[in-house]
Design a protein around this ligand. Structure first.
Ligand code: THU
Length: 143
């Protein structure tokens, strides 16, 4: 993947960040996903007066991707912070639901510091639907 091809994705994440609704934490996050058809979807964090209801930028972007019926090809995250932020644990799990382990995740600050990683690095040994698909041998009682 060329560096140039990230430019559009960063722009989308930056635009999403400007829409963040984060009056409580004041921590504004934007995320953008390039989908398997080349389209870009984005999301921002949306907080709530009932703090625990907050939804991260990444998960909102994933929701938009699902609505388009697409799969993630790469993910970008933008914050205005002293260092780039990785996705939280919940977002890693939600990403792992849809993304191949080699999908690149890059996070950036507004002053250009960058963190480059992958879904597999962020969540090794993920719990996925593969585990649910494995048939458990029936016990005598169940037969
Ligand atoms: N947040 C995100 O949107 N994405 C992350 O990767 C880390 C945290 C949000 C949640 C909350 O609105 C604020 O940042 C502070 O935790």
């Amino acid at each position: 993947m060329t560096e140039r091809s990230w430019t559009k994705l960063w722009k989308a994440a930056e635009a999403a960040r400007r829409r963040a609704y984060a009056p409580y934490s004041k921590f504004h996050v934007g995320a953008a996903i390039e989908c398997d058809d080349g389209s870009i979807v984005s999301g921002c964090n949306v907080e709530n007066a009932s703090y625990g209801l907050t939804v991260c930028a990444e998960r909102n972007a994933i929701g938009a991707m699902v609505l388009q019926g697409r799969k993630p090809k790469r993910v970008s995250i933008v914050v205005d912070h002293v260092r780039p932020v990785p996705p939280c644990g919940v977002c890693r799990q939600v990403l792992a639901e849809f993304a191949e382990m080699n999908v690149e995740v890059r996070s950036k600050t507004l002053d250009g510091q960058e963190l480059k990683t992958t879904v597999g690095e962020l969540l090794p040994f993920a719990f996925t639907s593969a585990f649910l698909d494995e048939a458990k041998p029936k016990t005598k009682k169940q037969r």
